[in-house]
Design a protein around this ligand. Structure first.
Ligand code: HEC
Ligand code: HEC
Length: 256
């Protein structure tokens, strides 16, 4: 019962803080957190993301030219499903993360994309090399199939007080730390660990971790150090604290 009341109070609170009209400034922060800007560029004009003739030549799409041709519903459906309006599946898009965006965050993200002027050219479609088929036989899946497979895997809930922190961790960390935040299966050194690791950080050190991408003692954390700062600049200090509180609470929940 307490939880239910807490949840009602929380959704009321988020109704009052979120703007009743689309907020493109907040939408840009979501684009940073989700890595849309890391992968599609600040001007959303796309670039070469994979250049290995044996495996694939892949461009991130020029969204600045594409979004004006799609209505909001088509953009949202594509982002949540991993399929374009013509039914074709996308590759290399972390759809399983984007599928979790709240209605408000999705609305603001689309509103921001519509403010970006069209520049550049459309890029060629994905070109598969001989190793692509080999990767398919192993673990690789298109974004729609992957999202459907990972949909049941969500991070442990830690009560209404931590609902917001849990949501933020899901949309900001799960691309690398996994949909349930358990990290790589048997993490080798350098791979993303279970986010129970956050419990080793005090609030100050955790803020430094997300602002600089560096671990305790200034440790280089590879991709986290490389991409963290440009993504997490979209998170406020309060949001970083909410993520931390949730991850500490989650670290006390026995793993099922
Ligand atoms: C890890 C890199 C990566 C991230 C993060 C990413 N994208 Fe993409 N995106 C791609 C690639 C690569 C393609 C081209 C997919 C293909 O060719 O099948 C693509 C395609 C798309 C398409 C389909 C366009 C078309 O050509 O039909 C849309 C829409 C899109 N991205 C929007 C977004 C948005 C919005 C975000 C953030 C919420 C985002 N992407 C985050 C890499 C990424
Ligand atoms: C672009 C990929 C990426 C994203 C996004 C990402 N991480 Fe990481 N993270 C990593 C990698 C890789 C490591 C392991 C690096 C190592 O041990 O060398 C790591 C390690 C960590 C560690 C362990 C640090 C230590 O002291 O060993 C914590 C805690 C952490 N990440 C928190 C987060 C949180 C919280 C988020 C979301 C707000 C996040 N990460 C998002 C890639 C990422």
């Amino acid at each position: 019962m307490r939880t239910l009341i807490g949840a009602a109070a929380l959704s009321l609170a988020s109704c009052t803080v979120s703007s009743p009209v689309p907020d493109p400034v907040h939408g840009r922060q979501i684009a940073q957190i989700e890595g849309c800007i890391s992968c599609h560029g600040d001007r959303l004009d796309g670039h070469l993301v994979e250049e290995d003739a044996q495996f694939a030549i892949a461009w991130s799409s020029n969204l600045s030219r594409l979004i004006p041709r799609w209505d909001d519903a088509a953009v949202e459906r594509t982002l949540r499903s991993g399929r374009r309006p013509d039914g074709s599946a996308l590759w290399f898009m972390p759809t399983y993360v984007h599928a979790r965006l709240s209605q408000t965050d999705m609305r603001d993200l689309i509103a921001w994309m519509r403010t970006v002027p069209a520049t550049g050219v459309d890029h060629p479609p994905l070109k598969r090399g001989p190793q692509f088929a080999v990767a398919l036989e192993h673990e690789m899946q298109d974004s729609a199939t992957q999202a459907a497979r990972l949909a049941p895997r969500a991070p442990a809930a830690a009560g209404a007080d931590h609902a917001r922190g849990r949501y933020l961790a899901q949309i900001a960390c799960s691309e690398c730390h996994g949909p349930d935040l358990h990290g790589a299966r048997d993490p080798e050194p350098g791979q993303p660990p279970d986010l129970a690791a956050a419990a080793a950080y005090d609030p100050e050190a955790f803020r430094t971790l997300l602002r600089t991408g560096r671990g305790l003692g200034g440790r280089d954390l590879g991709e986290m150090t490389q991409y963290g700062p440009e993504r997490f600049v979209g998170l406020t200090d309060v949001e970083i604290d909410e993520i931390h509180h949730y991850l500490v609470a989650r670290s006390h929940i026995p793993r099922r």
